[in-house]
Design a protein around this ligand. Sequence first.
Ligand code: GTP
Ligand code: MG
Length: 576
Amino acid sequence: MRPFISLTAAMASSIAVCRLHMRGRGSLATCLQRVDTFLLRSIGTNVAAAQTEAPRKDEADEKDGRKSLYAVQAERQEQAERSVLISCPSRTSEKKILKYLSRHGDIKKYFSYESYGTYAVVEFAKWESVASILEGAAIPSASHESMVPFKSRLLSLRNLGPADSNQQSSQQSQPQTTIPINELIERLSREESIAQQITSLTEAYQLTEENSRLRFLVCSLLQDIATAYFPECTIRPFGSSVNGFGKLGCDLDMILDLDSISGRNIKMPKAGLSLEYQMKRANSERAVTQSILSVIGTCVDQFGPGCVGVQKILNARCPLVRFAHQPSGFQCDLTANNRVAIKSTELLYLYGELDPRVRSLVFTVRCWARAHGITSSIPGAWITNFSLTVMVLFFLQRRSPPIIPTLDHLRDLAGPADKSVIEGNDCTFVSDFSKIQLQSNTETLEQLLCEFFEFYATFAFTKMSINIRKGKEQNKPEVTPLHIQNPFETSLNVSKNVNATQLDRFVALCQESSWLLQQSETVSPAGRPTPWGLATLLLPSQIAGIKSRKKRKREAASERIKGLLESLKNKNQQKS
Ligand code: GTP
Ligand code: MG
């Protein structure tokens, strides 16, 4: 469906006044006041929208005790809209800051973290407190002649009094990045079993509650910019920020969602008078997406506080705007009209919620792949985290009995509300967890990890394609080293970029890791502080130092032949 884009008179006038000011005309006060009005109104509108839309699916979720991604997102978005992001002086106590901020209303959640200085996320109980805090905030001093008069919920707290000398009462900083790999290896080496190592790795790497809130807040801050043009749009995270497989420090994939506008479109009456908007027409949906992203990209670049290094990558298969959001430290990718990616995110989230072993195994495999350079943050011929996740899911579908169902089965369980067809692709699958019956597979995480490596060490990549829709390997439809069918756009291969060298490295590493795990102790070797079990698998030097399985086999065979010849020689000597 074509996005329905509206520009209200109030928004238009705010932008127009701002533009006038940018050209040196108009009053700064008027401009900021108008921007204020729309900022506060848009916050209010979105809160109301979240409140009216959220309960519909929540009811179904609560039955099962698990929330759908839709419900989780609605809750997080609403929290984000009641929050502000504040740069704080490092030597000011948390208590003092909280006391100062609570003048504007009750604070529901507060935490601080380090990123180019100390920042605090403050969630108020009511969004009116946000309005009050913005109203009370000052404009930076007049010496900043060239500043852009864009007011946002990113603020700076100034302390003109003496700094607090008591270090203990200062901010308790929440980590926003993962612990270094050597620290992780040490931690894992102290665990008592491989299964515990896997759980420990998941706990160390997964997104924290605070990091997740920060991601939604950044989306909400960007939404404040985008609503200047499209007042009813939303900016939502997708990908690993919300699919349950995100690691601290992963990028923030966002979608500018204009569908909520078309979703609320008024039906034209069959007879009589009616009004409709006049709109510009473009050659294609893609052209519309490109021009919207281009405009928002310019706004982010020129008006977005803390947004740096903006790149418009509009000719990519999926056009996007890439930038760094300095106050949060997130690398951001903003896309639009990317509904299939939203469905992929929902699907991955659902699989991760079905059985706790899914998430743990995905985390472990992702971490292992990263430690050995199988995946990379730079685009190239490597296997992506998305492809790797699909490979883990496929492996779990191939267990006996399967740990997770096939996508076709999830489609068959879907109700009428789950129906989704995007650009001709069937993206329907069940959202109600209580309808999904799992089979009783009792394999341990340790067994699964070992079997995963064995499975892909011997997989017929040359002939077969990985297919989570069917849960069975299929004949490869094209000649690429690795073929993983896109779950929704089934004619596409999600790993088309992977070359033979990268696939060979993956297979060799699976072979080595499988062998290493089989040799490893299954419980912590008492009194030995050295890496063992999963920790060994994360040491690149360890694996590199081990000869390939083929080489080992060759050596073992030649040893046997040597031994045989020796014994023949000895026998002959005895005879003579
Ligand atoms: P990391 O960012 O590496 O942590 O993982 P990610 O899952 O977020 O991957 P990425 O940022 O590369 O992509 C974001 C999301 O876009 C993924 O989670 C998928 O939902 C979707 N996506 C990425 N690559 C593909 C692809 O090749 N095909 C399809 N259909 N979706 C993709
Ligand atoms: Mg991502």
